[in-house]
Write a protein of this length. Structure first.
Lengths: 507, 507
């Protein structure tokens, strides 16, 4: 209808298109726009159009009465040119929202429904509140197995998809929740030493003290261009990079932006999220690690089995070769929690350092063994032994060093600390429980992952005998304020339970 | 933790607290804040704190690195002083969100749960996406009857509540959806002439071509201070004002801000919304009008009955004397659609003008009769006759004129039009259906309710015989662009069905 001048408003609204109209804008009044209305913005010269949610502005420094302000991502989508003419109209609700309403009413949706939803979400036609409505409708008992499959397929099809041109492209994924669980950085060099292709991209920490990308960054560059990444994978058969640059399963990123603040984590969304990303990244063989423990994401063997079946059903239907491994999630893996401390653990294991944490080594060997057995030439049950041989021989270390060199070695590796504080057991007994959530929280307050050298270093694990003055762990921090917060939290609750008897019952 | 300087960002985010941090703000990095995180903002001098959703800014003109920008409503909540010191920390999720997650998982919540949710929403502790999650969880088959009761009670208790100090305070409410349905402006003067207290506050149009407040504004001031409103009600026994100024059931306003863009309208939310507002406004006797028709909100007699039972159950439990009337919603009521046209219809009925629309008169008398029968001195069945006597005698008109004078007569009543276009039947036959939604849409495109004189004036109703050149309605508009859009839409589909046979079957 009316014409306005486009202007960027330098606000990052995180995956939501937001437009800003001045309250005195003639169109605002005459069209009866309201804040939170969705409007369609059309570029006059090329007809390109986007949908955005409207906010109303009372300051010409942000948007004037003859202008249309748009947030950063919307500005990009419109071509990134200020001053061009745009028209604005009421947006129709995206067609696929009807399917969301049917889902809310209890219907089972089909693939075409999910494809419509994924296409509209990928095109930024959904507002955050519409995405929230979709997520809640799908949550908990709301998704049939086939619906998870349809959603996963729809999420893959609405993004780019890598093709490595090889029959054996492997990947692994842990559903998360266990601090220090940095097995990936041991597994990748082992598997690549055997010659398998493992182009591993990982995320940064969202709510945890370190993601694999954060930990690898202690040793090497992880933000690589797609070209560089491909070149490294071709020469080294592997990489350990940050996955944030590719446009793989973009719907997943948009959904996560709403799931995270909602604290939602339904099995259907979890499976669709992981499998869509892995398949889009070109993996055709995948090992999924589901840790079980009282303070892990999955608390009982029963719920782990339900999740496993769902992974298997969707994975098999999509033609990916998938193995689910249920692991021990009762306590952190390794000793360090925080990027530099975890990188130290990983390098100790790869270097066959006699002081290396045994649990990290064993878990990594177990998972690497399962991946190696994807090789048709390897006899069932021999994977673990092969993985151990590769690690013990130093070939995994050499491969890791080659990957670090290829990605670009970090010339200034962070120091650990420098502030440090020992937390003592405070009583005689045996460590009978360690709270993953509490330890992760303490490490985050200490500054991890932003401060690479901050975190927690564990000295005692389950079953260890302690005296009152035994240091159970050390807190490291870079800044006094962080240091104090972390120490205070540990003083309230160390996260350790000290008892008299301990029976080692793996979940 | 760290301290920043408060600054207002002149953006109206419509019922959501939004805060803006510059990307280079030290706190943004060190605290690991992310866009869409919720943060707690504490005023340093008096300790007052609020919750807001974070957006990240790249322009110091909006928010500088040492500042914390907040949207208009958050700025008000913090006391409205720029430059004061505030601290910022990660906000804990509101406690009541656990109840929302239980609701999502299929639980039935109790009153304490709903009270916690309402308190947190009223205190702006919920983000829009959290509210969307709550609404979807409550939607459709999701709320037990008792839960609707608890939600309604919780919404009443978390706001102010008026007490008129009389045993008979009456109100009426239509669930909406029928253009031209301006019975309230006929009913209020009739009921007040009888001496009953009817302090009527109404809304403005949200998605319709006119609300009662928009239509009354054609004749008189409707934005009245609480003091003025009370004084008018005391002297005239009634008012016809806009209800937007009072803080009655504020949770309802916040929920509607999210329901509306989500296009959600579940029975439970509808009942809780209407009853909480009416009870908070001090009504103790209430008539609810539920129009039934193919293009009304409620399409079948069956679903109307379900809604009626829900209204009755919750109303009875809360001690309000409530009558539900199921009415004919097959077509618009009266002739005019749009503020000035509807005000004309109302004044014709009140003036006993022989050309006044009969259906508006009859429906208003029917509803007014039901309200009059709340008076214990009036015999059952006599209400309609009394209402008709009051109207025919001119007492209702005199009361309306007194209310208009008391509220402040509009010195410049809008003219209808001036642009006008007749839409013709185009064929011989009988009007067999009129689409409420299409007529409302045409009237809105023509400029209603922003342009008070714009809208649609119907010349034919159901059962009327037409020839090809019979004008079925006239479109009025103030601006050529609006005029063209409305005419185009009417040319695509007049909203009228012309057939050969018509059987008058009231739903």
């Amino acid at each position: 209808m009316g014409t306005l001048t486009l202007r960027q408003v330098a606000i990052d609204t995180y995956k939501e298109n937001v437009a800003y109209l001045h309250r005195d804008c003639k169109l605002y009044r005459s069209e009866g726009f309201q804040a939170l209305n969705k409007i369609e913005i059309q570029q006059k010269d090329n007809g390109r159009s986007i949908i955005a949610v409207l906010n109303v502005v009372d300051d010409v420094c942000i948007t004037g009465p003859d202008e249309l302000g748009v947030c950063e991502q919307a500005f990009e989508q419109l071509g990134g040119k200020a001053g061009i003419a745009v028209s604005v109209a009421h947006a129709r609700a995206p067609d696929s929202l009807k399917a969301v309403h049917r889902k809310i009413a209890g219907d089972v949706l089909d693939f075409e429904d999910y494809r419509g939803i994924a296409l509209d979400i990928a095109a930024n036609r959904y507002s955050k509140i519409e995405i929230a409505a979709f997520l809640v409708a799908c949550s908990e008992l709301g998704l049939e197995r086939d619906e998870v499959l349809y959603l996963t397929r729809a999420m893959i099809e609405t993004g780019e998809r890598l093709d490595w041109g090889e029959p054996l492209v492997v990947d692994k994924h842990c559903i998360g929740g266990i601090p220090g669980n940095r097995t990936t950085m041991v597994i990748v060099p082992i598997v690549a030493s055997h010659g398998m292709l493992m182009p591993k991209t990982s995320s940064r920490a969202i709510t945890s003290p370190a993601g694999t990308a954060d930990t690898m960054e202690v040793l090497a560059q992880v933000e690589l261009s797609p070209d560089k990444l491909h070149q490294i994978v071709r020469s080294e058969r592997a990489c350990l990079a940050w996955g944030g640059t590719a446009r793989l399963a973009p719907v997943d990123d948009i959904l996560i932006a709403v799931e995270r603040p909602l604290l939602m984590d339904s099995p259907g969304q979890l499976v669709a999220s992981i499998l869509s990303k892995k398949l889009a990244a070109g993996a055709n063989h995948l090992v999924i690690d589901i840790p079980i423990g009282a303070t892990a994401k999955v608390r009982t063997r029963n719920s782990a089995m339900i999740l496993r079946k769902l992974f298997e059903y969707v994975g098999d239907s999509l033609g990916i070769n998938l193995e689910v491994v249920l692991t021990d999630g009762r306590q952190p893996v390794g000793r360090g929690i925080g990027p530099a401390l975890e990188a130290r653990d990983v390098m100790q294991v790869l270097s066959n350092d006699p002081t290396a944490p045994v649990d990290l080594r064993e878990k990594a060997l177990q998972l690497a063994g399962r991946i190696l057995e994807f090789d048709p030439d390897i006899r069932g049950g021999q994977g673990y032994i092969m993985a151990r041989d590769i690690l013990d021989s130093g070939r995994a270390l050499a491969k890791m060093q080659a990957i670090i060199e290829a990605q670009g070695k970090n010339p200034h590796p962070p120091e650990i600390g420098p502030l440090r504080h020992d937390v003592l057991a405070g009583q005689d007994g045996i460590v009978t429980a360690i709270d993953n959530l509490q330890l992760a929280h303490i490490a985050r307050l200490a500054g991890a992952p932003m401060d690479q050298g901050a975190g927690v270093d564990l000295h005692c694990k389950l079953g260890d005998r302690v005296a009152p003055d035994t240091p159970i762990y050390t807190i490291y921090a870079a800044f006094p304020a962080d240091f104090d917060f972390a120490r205070e939290l540990a003083a309230q609750d160390t996260g350790y339970t000290i008892g008299e008897h301990y029976v080692d019952e793996r979940p």
